[in-house]
Design a protein around this ligand. Structure first.
Ligand SMILES: C[S@@+](CC[C@H](N)C(=O)[O-])C[C@H]1O[C@@H](n2cnc3c(N)ncnc32)[C@H](O)[C@@H]1O
Length: 437
């Protein structure tokens, strides 16, 4: 029987408005140039502050326009040629056309603005490291259509996969692994059964998590195991029915921080920028200055990235984390590193917590939530009445909200730092030290 002809959906009309000249005033948090047309804000991807550009409006909303960059009439002195050949299409990076110094200044400016109500006279410091080849983990998307494989990241503002030949923000070992994987996978039937692939580099070397959308035969698996051995890497397979990749054969992964070896499952959260993580944890220790009388809570603790270094100097540390598997890894990490003053508890910090946490008598709190922040936990946090709170955040907006709450309960910021954890992207990390007045 013949296949039914597929109905073609009409394309959404794209407005090709007139081309205008714009003076770019600022950069949005998505790294788009911000200009005005008759007073109306217009976002222009690829344009930089201080530039004069010509751009064509392709979308008009009530309060803003979107415009496509046509040409640069007067370039910013901070503009550089993007080092990556895929920069214009790939959604992974949004800042490669801006030099590293100006990227940092831009993130500093954004954060200062977001925190203006709580920073007062406190200087927002900057912590940086190398601006390329820093990512020790990446999730690659893969599709197989009509015999054609696409491997890479999602496109700018699109869900389509951009086929990339290289990714310059990956660590050198992951860049080389990616190149080898790509050559083999582009001509392999396995690609048709893959959901996505995670690349990881840690103290044990490199590994990959292959997430399957269909079962594969033992032979096929073995063929790829050989490939992995030849390329000095390991493959963790995740079958469609499994929530996590199977780590029984190859074991947990590990990285070192402050002289401790931390074990984790290849899909557990770890900070993706190893060098910046070392600097961040060292700064946290310096700012929080734990001493032998301190009882410290490490909230959203993962596998103990801050907890173990803190426990070396404090009387007691209690780490709290939602994922049971990470709590188990944390416990194992404490044991393997001979820290018997460190406990881990599994709890959802958006819910009411039990007496295990509220009756601790803590002196200091370390808190490192996901982007959503820790608003639900703040009433409990202020009730715990710690002298100091060290807040690490990857979202300036939720951090500002939480900082304003803490300010109402007499916690004042005494130190602040913008950490450029994700160079070439518009993402940033921030550390604030609060002290009870
Ligand atoms: C930004 S990561 C920080 C992890 C750790 N501090 C580190 O530096 O590796 C946030 C952590 O919070 C955990 N988490 C997310 N939601 C949570 C919740 N509602 N309650 C407790 N932990 C949560 C995540 O599993 C993740 O490990």
């Amino acid at each position: 029987m013949k296949n039914k002809p597929r109905r073609r959906h009409p394309q959404k009309p794209i407005l090709s408005g007139p081309i205008h000249e714009f003076s770019v005033e600022d950069l949005s948090h998505e790294a788009k140039g911000v200009a005005r047309l008759d007073g109306k804000v217009t976002f222009i991807e690829g344009a930089l502050p201080g530039e004069v550009v010509s751009a064509q409006i392709f979308k008009q909303n009530k309060s803003f326009n979107l415009a496509k960059l046509k040409s640069i009439i007067q370039a910013s002195p901070s503009r550089i040629a993007p080092p990556c050949p895929h920069f214009q299409q790939c959604g992974g990076c949004s800042f490669q056309h801006l030099n590293a110094k100006e990227q940092q200044q831009t993130k500093h400016r954004w954060l200062s603005k977001q925190l203006r109500k709580v920073l007062h006279t406190v200087t927002l410091e900057i912590l940086i490291d190398q601006d390329m080849a820093y990512r020790r983990r990446a999730r690659l998307a893969i599709t197989y259509r009509n015999g054609r494989v696409s491997l890479g990241f999602r496109g700018k503002g699109s869900s389509e996969i951009v086929d990339i030949s290289t990714c310059l923000v990956l660590t050198p070992r992951l860049q080389s692994l990616y190149t080898q994987l790509r050559v083999s996978l582009l001509q392999d039937v396995l690609a048709a059964k893959m959901g996505h692939i995670e690349l990881l580099e840690d103290s044990r070397g490199t590994c990959m998590v292959m997430r399957l959308t269909a079962d594969i035969s033992a032979q096929e698996q073995q063929r790829w195991q050989h490939w992995a051995t030849e390329h000095d890497t390991l493959i963790y397979w995740q079958y469609p029915r499994d929530k996590q990749a199977d780590a029984t054969k190859h074991g947990l992964r590990s990285y070192t921080i402050e002289g401790f070896s931390l074990h984790f499952h290849p899909q557990d959260f770890i900070q993706i920028n190893a060098k910046m993580n070392e600097k961040m944890v060292a700064q946290a220790l310096q700012w929080l200055a734990p001493n032998k009388d301190d009882v410290i809570l490490d909230l959203f603790c993962g596998v103990g990235n801050f907890s173990l270094p803190l426990a070396k100097q404090a009387k007691t540390v209690v780490g709290v984390e939602i994922q049971e598997s990470m709590v188990a890894a944390g416990k194992q990490n404490a044991q393997l590193n001979n820290l018997n003053n460190l406990k881990f508890i599994a709890a959802d910090l958006t819910q009411k917590v039990g007496s295990e946490i509220s009756a601790l008598g803590v002196s200091k709190v370390m808190i490192d939530p996901p982007r959503a922040g820790a608003y639900e936990f703040l009433p409990t946090l202020v009730a715990l009445n710690p002298q100091q709170i060290l807040y690490v955040s990857c979202d300036g907006a939720t951090l500002a909200r939480d900082a304003e709450y803490l300010a109402e309960y007499d916690y004042r910021i005494t130190k602040a730092c913008m950490m450029d954890m994700f160079p070439q992207t518009a993402h940033l990390e921030c550390m604030l030290l609060f002290e009870r007045v």
